[in-house]
Design a protein around this ligand. Structure first.
Ligand SMILES: C[S@@+](CC[C@H](N)C(=O)[O-])C[C@H]1O[C@@H](n2cnc3c(N)ncnc32)[C@H](O)[C@@H]1O
Length: 429
């Protein structure tokens, strides 16, 4: 296509999101990141127009104006629920202001920002409200944030992220339709007809995605780029002595919580957590059983009896059996979230996942090569938006981007809905 829609990309990383747009027929005309390895990976796989440098030091006069889409997965460490020190004042939280500045001064038609789920609850929802208001105030219509679970789009990974989308051309902000269904007994999302949902293929398992790979240290394995995995795995772990039925414990805790008339939020507050207790009252895949320490504290709060004490609290030290240790990627379902730090232990090998395995679980193509040390490769891969998600997003908005929508500003700035989160569309996890 001669006239490809043009993309400017901020916080591009190694280019996961951008690769999706490229595959969907867009042209990346400018990109930026300040991480040397990411920039090298980007140059060699996507486009050499990426600029190495700190975005806070780059004037918008150096960035092309009127792009069709501006992408910006602004850094999320400050927002992450995994980061206990997160707070509204974290300097990194304000990197989105750089994105805001560049959007205001270069006027792309659309923008897409990706972030971690923790952004929705940061400052009790005040941060996301502020972000949306800020985008509204520079003339962009922004819908409620969309929580995307990548497994439902054909990525072999349960990875939940928030997508914030806006445009200044009075077009709808549309989000992609799911393409896969969960094989587990989770509720059918309310925005898809059950008959349509049932026709979808199942989510892709780890085994389907990486089961065919030879071992890295074999001759054949060595031929696969980035197929390197750390053999540093700790030899022991603490596990419960007894088998525990999570659904049963969950019902039990729910019953006692109802008796005690207390919310999960209050429990979190008493225990000094922010988003932990909710998991103990959930039966789906995101549910969990309290640790023995939390169980004792919870017992004081809810006043439950001794029925499950032994089962939940008796632990023992075990040698890691590589088939079933605690934090290993499950073979028969999509993997847990691939993070930017040390990867999980392979389900049946005495080593951690290789960079290539992580890349495949993030939907990177086999010929996409990562540069830098092994830990840098893992960081680039774990930070990325799965290219397949980028492609879905790119295709979904393409008709609005290319159909020459009237270039009118979005005038009727609606007040940000204060009940924002009641309306967030969420897929079962
Ligand atoms: C979450 S990652 C983005 C991943 C990317 N969207 C993808 O799909 O691969 C955030 C990126 O922001 C970059 N970054 C953080 N602060 C920056 C700054 N001040 N200037 C430029 N890049 C920055 C980091 O190096 C990192 O690569």
């Amino acid at each position: 296509m001669a006239n490809k829609p043009k993309v400017v990309s901020l916080f591009s990383g190694c280019g996961g999101l951008d690769l999706g747009f490229k595959k969907a027929g867009y042209e990346i005309i400018w990109a930026n990141d300040f991480d040397r390895d990411s920039v090298e990976t980007y140059k060699k796989n996507i486009d050499n127009r990426i600029v190495l440098g700190d975005i806070t030091k780059i004037p918008s006069s150096e960035i092309p104006k009127n792009a069709d889409v501006l992408l910006g997965g602004f850094p999320c460490q400050g927002f992450s629920v995994a980061n206990n020190k997160r707070n509204v004042k974290d300097k990194r939280n304000f990197l989105y202001k750089e994105m805001l500045r560049i959007i205001r001064e270069t006027q792309p038609k659309f923008f897409i920002a990706e972030n971690v789920k923790g952004i929705l609850s940061l400052g009790n929802g005040k941060v996301i409200e502020m972000i949306i208001k800020d985008f509204n105030s520079i003339g962009y219509k922004v819908e409620k944030p969309f929580i995307i679970n990548c497994a439902y789009y054909g990525v072999p990974q349960f990875r939940e992220r928030v997508i914030i989308m806006g445009n200044r051309i009075n077009a709808p902000n549309t989000f992609p339709k799911i393409t896969h269904k969960n094989g587990y007994k989770t509720p059918i999302p309310d925005f898809i007809k059950p008959e349509d949902y049932n026709k979808l293929p199942h989510v892709i398992s780890v085994k389907d995605a990486i089961g065919h790979l030879p071992e890295p240290h074999t001759e054949e394995g060595k031929l696969i780029p980035n197929h390197i995995g750390s053999k540093k795995v700790s030899g022991k772990y603490i596990a419960r002595k007894n088998e525990v039925n999570q659904a049963e414990i969950c019902d039990y805790l729910k019953m006692w919580r109802a008796k005690a008339k207390i919310t999960t939020h209050k429990i979190d507050k008493i225990l000094g957590y922010r988003h932990t207790a909710g998991h103990w009252f959930r039966k789906d895949i995101s549910g969990s059983i309290p640790s023995p320490k939390d169980w004792a504290k919870l017992k004081k709060i809810l006043g439950f009896d001794d029925k499950y004490d032994k089962m939940v609290t008796e632990v023992e030290e075990r040698k890691i059996k590589f088939e079933q240790s605690l934090r290993v990627t499950n073979w028969d379902r999509p993997s847990d979230t691939i993070t930017a730090s040390v990867p999980e232990i392979h389900v049946n090998r005495k080593r951690r996942l290789t960079a290539r395995e992580c890349a495949i679980l993030q939907s990177f193509p086999d010929d996409f090569i990562f540069y830098g040390s092994l830990s840098s490769q893992h960081r680039q891969i774990g930070n990325a938006v799965p290219p397949l998600i980028g492609e879905h997003l790119a295709k979904t908005i393409k008709k609005y981007v290319v159909n020459n929508n009237p270039e009118k500003k979005w005038e009727e700035l609606k007040m940000v809905n204060t009940t924002l989160f009641n309306g967030v569309r969420q897929l079962p996890s």
